[in-house]
Design a protein around this ligand. Structure first.
Ligand code: 8YV
Length: 309
């Protein structure tokens, strides 16, 4: 098994090492030499949101049978190549939905109620010296969601409990939901106060948040991104926040993680998190069990637990 990402979780590594010969690609200095000597023996790849299996790697692994991703997102896997070669692909859906949706609501509250700023205010001793400025109410704000899959729906359900009117954008309207549908992202942004990115990253959704969408959301609007960094045209987002054309942002993901635009560091209307949507002990264990369970099922010729391909 070749792990292409930096080891994301000690439990996952331990479980893989119990069952397989695990190569940690990230810490191998001469990757080309390693691949030359070991390519024939590698039958599985384990990746995550930071590294998966791209066309070049797949091409170099003639006996690759399965890619088991420690993520629900599949954007780091060349699915077309896998399909072409008959390589199986699995991910970790469902088990992380609650955590990611919880975090989206947390970001909304953190940005509107200035939770992080307030914490800094107390810790720095400023409370003793002056007044804290009033913040913005969250209950009842209109929430627009891009992508109404498992995570989008879980966010909608939570936001409903805060009396937020919900609207959404997806490629095609859903017949089984009561939320208002907008066929255009710009229209959705113009008609909500908090816009959440909760769709998969594909060629179609790359930069779905562009200058026009940001301007439509406007100086009172808040952007929440728990999807992927490249969903957003990041330089456009940074300039809108710096110029006050956008009200605020809660971001768990960035274009070039772990690099975050430093222009954002001084802004109090922005909350920045290090891609921790699924980062609870409970969920990461369930994700690891799925990664390992899928590999075991594959090598025992049993049905995969969470197949994508
Ligand atoms: C993780 C994620 O950050 O599931 C996804 O798509 O982005 C995350 O759950 C990551 O893959 C864990 O290492």
């Amino acid at each position: 098994v070749l792990m292409t990402c930096p080891p994301p979780d000690p439990y996952l590594v331990e479980q893989l090492e119990k069952r397989f010969t695990l190569f940690k690609f990230h810490s191998i200095p001469d990757k080309a030499h390693f691949l030359n000597s070991n390519k024939a023996s590698i039958r599985a790849v384990v990746g995550n949101a930071s590294a998966g299996a791209d066309a070049q790697l797949i091409h170099q692994l003639p006996n690759l049978e399965i890619v088991s991703s420690f993520s629900v997102g599949l954007d780091k896997i060349d699915l077309a190549k896998c399909r072409e070669r008959g390589i199986r692909v699995t991910n970790t859906p469902d088990v992380l939905t609650d955590d990611v949706a919880d975090l989206a609501i947390g970001l909304m509250l953190a940005v509107l109620r200035r939770l992080c700023q307030s914490d800094r205010y107390v810790r720095s001793g400023q409370w003793k010296r002056g007044d804290f400025k009033l913040t913005t109410k969250f209950t009842g704000k209109s929430v627009g969601i891009i992508g109404l899959g498992r995570i989008g729906l879980a966010i909608a359900k939570r936001a409903e409990a805060f009396s937020c009117p919900i609207s959404y954008h997806t490629r095609t309207e859903k017949s089984d939901v009561k939320y208002k549908y907008y066929p255009s992202v710009v229209e959705l942004a113009a008609n909500c106060q908090i816009l959440v990115v909760a769709c998969a990253l594909t060629e179609e959704t790359r930069h779905i948040i562009n200058r026009e969408v940001i301007n439509a959301l406007g100086p009172k609007g808040v952007l929440i991104n728990i999807g992927r960094g490249p969903h957003v045209d990041e330089p456009e987002l940074v300039s809108a926040l710096v110029e006050g054309r956008l009200g605020g942002a809660g971001l768990d993901v960035f274009q070039d993680e772990p690099n975050v635009p430093e222009e954002l560091f001084g802004l109090e209307n922005v909350v920045l998190l290090p891609h921790v949507g699924s980062g609870t002990m409970e969920t990461r264990k369930e994700m690891a069990d799925l990664v390992v369970g899928n590999l075991e099922a594959h090598f025992l010729n049993k049905p995969l637990l969470t197949p994508v391909l």
